[in-house]
Unconditional design. Structure first.
Length: 226
């Protein structure tokens, strides 16, 4: 499947003089939407959001700066209770070379080819992430942070694309109802039907599409067309 997307991401953490206990309460308790609009004057297309995020201590130790060690790294671990987190969620480019393919040289436990996931950042994604890093740092500096840290994207976030919807079979895999062009009674209900990742978390969009799809399936079954 082509056009695999997972959102442009990364994180900014700020350390404060006093404890903020960001691990208490919900994982994502706040959101900044100022940069979600389309404004190419910033140097990139699309937009992004900044979501407050809290990480459990083991997760934080693994993902703050993967592979890091030494005094700078232990500084953040020592100041865990004084740390606040902000996660970048942005619209990554539906890049055709980003795809999921089958590896016929490696098989799973039942003898089927395993999946190879290939993903490269588009220059637009990098420009967006760099802008988001700076904005996140500016927010924490304005709030009184004494130190900030940029963390790289996680290995995967919101898996989207590869079976995108389209008006014509030559441009995608399924129609606007998630119904595949090649197999009429096969429907795709998850985020793989997305044509773009947008600047938001995808759950509500997936739910909305699934509800519309359910109505369509019910109607088509009544008509005995599928």
């Amino acid at each position: 499947g082509r056009n695999y997307m997972r959102h442009t991401t990364g994180s900014v953490f700020g350390v404060f003089k006093e404890p903020v206990h960001f691990y208490r309460g919900t994982v994502m308790a706040g959101i900044v939407t100022d940069e979600a609009g389309f404004n190419p004057k910033r140097g990139f297309a699309g937009g992004y959001e900044l979501e407050t995020i809290s990480l459990g201590l083991p997760f934080a130790a693994a993902f703050f700066d993967p592979g890091a060690w030494g005094s700078d790294f232990t500084y953040y671990m020592d100041n865990y209770a004084n740390t606040a987190g902000m996660w970048i969620v942005g619209e990554d480019m539906p890049h055709e070379s980003n795809r999921v393919t089958l590896n016929h040289d490696v098989k799973d436990q039942v003898g089927l080819p395993v999946a190879n996931v290939h993903y490269d950042d588009h220059p637009n994604d990098i420009a967006m992430r760099d802008h988001a890093y700076k904005q996140g740092e500016a927010i924490y500096a304005a709030a009184g942070a004494t130190k900030t840290l940029r963390t790289p994207p996680y290995p995967s976030t919101h898996n989207l694309g590869t079976c995108r919807m389209s008006a014509k079979a030559s441009d995608g895999v399924c129609n606007k109802h998630g119904q595949t062009f090649d197999v009429p009674n096969l429907f795709i209900s998850d985020g793989s039907q997305f044509t773009t990742s947008a600047a938001e978390n995808p759950t509500l969009t997936i739910v909305s599409l699934a509800i519309r799809q359910s109505d369509y399936i019910a109607d088509q079954m009544k008509r005995r067309s599928i």
